[in-house]
Design a protein around this ligand. Structure first.
Ligand code: APR
Length: 236
C-alpha cells in the first residue's frame, strides 16, 4: 500500500514510535520474530518484584541491554524524524523506546513514555541521573539501589509525561505511528486521541496490529522506506 500523504502538508505532527523503529538499527523488538521477551522472561529481569528480589541480576540484564544498544546506531528513520522537527514548526515525538536514539539524533520535543536505558533513579532518595558509562557499576545509592529509570511492567508512567504526550496527540493534525504492536497500555491507547480529534493517522508497520483498523493509512513497509516516502518534498 502507498499514499499521496506528505508530512510537509501538515501543521502539527506527532511521531508515535515503538521498538520496530529501531529494528533497522539492529536492536531486537520485544515481540514477534526474535523478540526480546521470547528470549528473556520480563518477570525475572524487568519488573519491580524482580529488582526487589535480585537487583544484581536485573542490573546484569540491563547492562547487557545497554551494551547491545551502545553497539548500534540510529537509522535513517530516526534521522528523518529529527530533521522534520528541525524543518517544521510543530513536531513532537512520543516514544515507547528506551534506547535513547531520538535524543541522540537531536529530537528535543520528546516524551519518553517508558523512560530511558541511559538514566538511573533511586527510589529510596528520589535522585535521578543520566549516565552512559558502561557497564553501570556503582549500583548502590546510599541506603538504596540505583535502578534503571525505565517504566517496567506494573509501574506507573510519569504523570507529566503522559499528560504532555496526550496534549500533543490530541492537538495534532497528523499522527504517524512507527513500529509498535499496539498491545501495551496505556501507551497503546494514545493514537485513539488523535483519531478522536479528527487528525489524519498513519501506521507504519510491516505487520498488521490490533490497532490497524483505526488508522486511515497503513503502510506495510519498514520505517526508513516509509519515512522516505512521507518526507518527499522536504530536505530530509
Ligand atoms: N519498521 C517498522 N516496524 C517494524 C519493523 C520495521 N523495520 N520491524 C518490526 N516492526 C514492527 C513489528 O511488526 C511489531 O509490530 O514493530 C513492532 C514492534 O512491536 P513490539 O516488539 O511489541 O514493540 P513495542 O510495540 O514498542 O512494545 C511496547 O512493550 O515490552 C514493552 O516497554 C516495552 O515499550 C515496550 C512496549
Amino acid at each position: 500500500m502507498t499514499t499521496d500523504l506528505r508530512i510537509k502538508d501538515f501543521k502539527r505532527i506527532v511521531f508515535f514510535t515503538g521498538a520496530g523503529l529501531s529494528a533497522e538499527s539492529g536492536i531486537p523488538t520485544y515481540r514477534g520474530q526474535g523478540g526480546l521477551w521470547h528470549e528473556y522472561d520480563w518477570e525475572t529481569y524487568a519488573c519491580q518484584k524482580a529488582f526487589d528480589r535480585d537487583p544484581a541480576a536485573v542490573w546484569k540484564f540491563h547492562n547487557m541491554r545497554r551494551a547491545a544498544v551502545a553497539a548500534c546506531a540510529p537509522n535513517k528513520a530516526h534521522l528523518a524524524i529529527a530533521r522534520c522537527e528541525a524543518l517544521l514548526p510543530d513536531v513532537t515525538v512520543v516514544t515507547q523506546n528506551i534506547d535513547g536514539f531520538h535524543p541522540l539524533v537531536g529530537s528535543r520535543n520528546l516524551f519518553e513514555l517508558h523512560g530511558s536505558l541511559w538514566r538511573v533513579r533511586c527510589d529510596t532518595c528520589g535522585a535521578i541521573k543520566d549516565n552512559r558509562d558502561l557497564p553501570f557499576e556503582d549500583l548502590r545509592c546510599g541506603k538504596g539501589w540505583w535502578r534503571p529509570d525505565i517504566v517496567w511492567f506494573g509501574d506507573h508512567l510519569r504523570e507529566d509525561v503522559i499528560e504532555g504526550a496526550s496534549k500533543a496527540i490530541s492537538a495534532c493534525d497528523l499522527l504517524v505511528s512507527i513500529g509498535t504492536s499496539g498491545v501495551v497500555y496505556p501507551a497503546a491507547q494514545l493514537p485513539r486521541l488523535a483519531q478522536r480529534a479528527g487528525a489524519v493517522t498513519i501506521e507504519i508497520n510491516p505487520e498488521p496490529t490490533p490497532m490497524s483498523d483505526a488508522y486511515e493509512v497503513c503502510l506495510r513497509m519498514g520505517a526508513s522506506e516509509a519515512m522516505a516516502l512521507l518526507c518527499q518534498g522536504l530536505d530530509v
